[in-house]
Design a protein around this ligand. Sequence first.
Ligand code: DGY
Length: 319
Amino acid sequence: MAKPKVLVSHPNVPEAGLRLLQQECEVVVVQEASRDVILAAVAGVDAIFWCCKVRLDSQIIDAAGPGLKAVATMSAGYDHIDAAHLKARGIPLGNTPRVLDNAVADTAIALVLSVARRLQEGRHALERGTWVTGCPQAMLGVDVAGSTVGIVGLGGIGQAVAKRLKVFDVAKLQYCGHNPKPEAAALGAEFVSFDKLVDTSDIIVAACPSTPETRHLFNAQVFKRMKRSAILINVGRGDCIDQEALVEALKTKEIWGAGLDVMCPEPLPVDHPLIKLDNCVLFPHVGSATVGTRSAMATLAAKNILCALNDKPMLAEVK
Ligand code: DGY
């Protein structure tokens, strides 16, 4: 019997995932992760392993043909995939939650410390020869210990962030979301409204997905409500923040600073005003970018496909 055919949408996928797929499937890896190349290669595949920035839309899904049985994205987020179209066609969509929680949370902590302690500004001072020595009031940051931390979205990543921040001796952990989470008790985190979180937190970490509800959740009104000493971190999706409003809030020191691993668009244009601000630390969406985590993500995505092709539930299926 012919092996099922799987399209892999990027030429540079961690070996672990590829090897798993190759044990049971004919694997077609595109030479280039472009829409045209993918469209030319997708006809007749049984499954799609999605791992690129091209939007997996209804045209590509339908170009696969009637035999398409499964799609797995090598990411936790799936805002780049037409999940509604897959659902309408009865095709399961797998993603890779949990395996990236620790790596993304580490990134959030790196951003918190960089912004709180003005590390980027300090580095710039070194480079520009403006390093002031001996002044007791130079380069003062804000303390993480004793602070109130607000986490927007206490999913796996939010919980991993909370766990890490607890050992920095923060005074209080609070979170908001649709509903209280059972895991919050062990973390000592209190469920509060978004408004209360914004009004009272010293450090806010956004770890939420991109949905119509979270789009521009952080906007000019919200920045006005935040403490002037507040720090905003985003490791979820870029569109949760109205970036124009953030530029204004950072320029006018309405808030202390921001640290972003996700932006809109990605890559951010090199002349974007956020890049010029000393109180804004930007990472190029590296939250899950460790050797081990990307390998685990590729493995889980491959297993999701193999489960579906063997008529079993995926290990992580988007509901
Ligand atoms: C995800 O998996 O959604 C991450 O943002 C990718 O790094």
